[in-house]
Design a protein around this ligand. Structure first.
Ligand code: ZN
Length: 259
């Protein structure tokens, strides 16, 4: 996030492993995916901040469950996917739309990234990506409502963002994801180095997020379905000879579900 307008991004923990992301300056805060209102209300009060916007990435309760309680305290714009049933949205948005937060001097471009849910969106701006449950550190969301081709398209779209883009995902799943990624690519040196680094980060009690698009491209098997090592592992799992990225993706997604 640029320091020009002194906006800081920080996580609030919710439930078992959710992150509610807060974008704040000295006076205002915008909240991404408030599955629970209480940690947000506590934070706003503690920091003496005024809520100015809510951004939702998809309709799952652990991402939107706290919105109504936040709005009961204060009416603010609520951005979220046009194609999903979220009753609290005031600004339904989709691909190409903008989510503007003037109080923070921020504008995000909305990207359609279906797959985890049927109309999941991401917010991209200020060198940052808020991508909910689509792209995780070293992993990706389960396909609850979408298909492998949709998810591959969505992940390809995110992988095309600049390498330095900061990736803010909705859950701290990193170490479990890295464990699986090492099964797929046991010889990936970048991945092994990342495993050691992120294990230390967790040991220190810190979030492994944000990641970056560049780091994900080097270590996340779901973004590496064209890599020979990933193709070979997928085929070993399948007992087949697939090379199409969608087939490779579907194989490692299925493998991970059973892992
Ligand atoms: Zn979800």
């Amino acid at each position: 996030m640029s320091d020009k307008n002194e906006v800081e991004v920080l996580p609030l923990r919710a439930f078992k492993d959710n992150y509610i992301w807060v974008l704040r300056n000295r006076r205002y805060a915008a909240i991404v995916d408030p599955g629970d209102a209480q940690p947000v209300l506590d934070f706003l009060q503690h920091e003496q901040l005024e809520l100015c916007a809510i951004l939702a990435t998809h309709h799952h309760a652990d991402h939107v469950g706290g919105i109504a309680a936040l709005l009961a305290r204060q009416r603010v714009p609520v951005f979220g996917p046009r194609g999903e049933p979220i009753s609290t949205l005031t600004h339904p948005v989709g691909e190409g739309d903008t989510a503007a937060i003037p109080q923070l001097g921020l504008r995000f471009r909305v990207l359609d990234i279906p797959g985890h849910t049927r109309a999941h969106i991401a917010y991209y701006g200020a060198d940052s990506l808020f991508c909910g449950d689509t792209l995780f550190a070293c992993g990706c969301g389960r396909l609850f409502e979408g298909t492998p081709p949709q998810m591959v398209n969505s992940l390809t779209k995110l992988a095309a963002l600049p390498d330095e883009t900061l990736v803010y995902s909705g859950h701290e799943y990193t170490m479990a994801n890295i464990g699986f990624a090492l099964e797929v690519e046991p010889d990936n040196e970048e991945l092994k180095a990342r495993a050691a680094r992120d294990a230390q980060t967790r040991k220190d009690g810190r979030p492994t997020l944000p990641s970056t698009i560049g780091r994900e491209k080097k270590t996340n098997p779901f973004l590496r379905c064209r890599e020979p090592a990933v193709i070979a592992s997928a085929n070993k799992y399948l007992g087949a000879r697939a090379s199409d990225p969608v087939q490779v993706f579907a194989a490692i997604r299925q493998w991970k579900n059973a892992y």
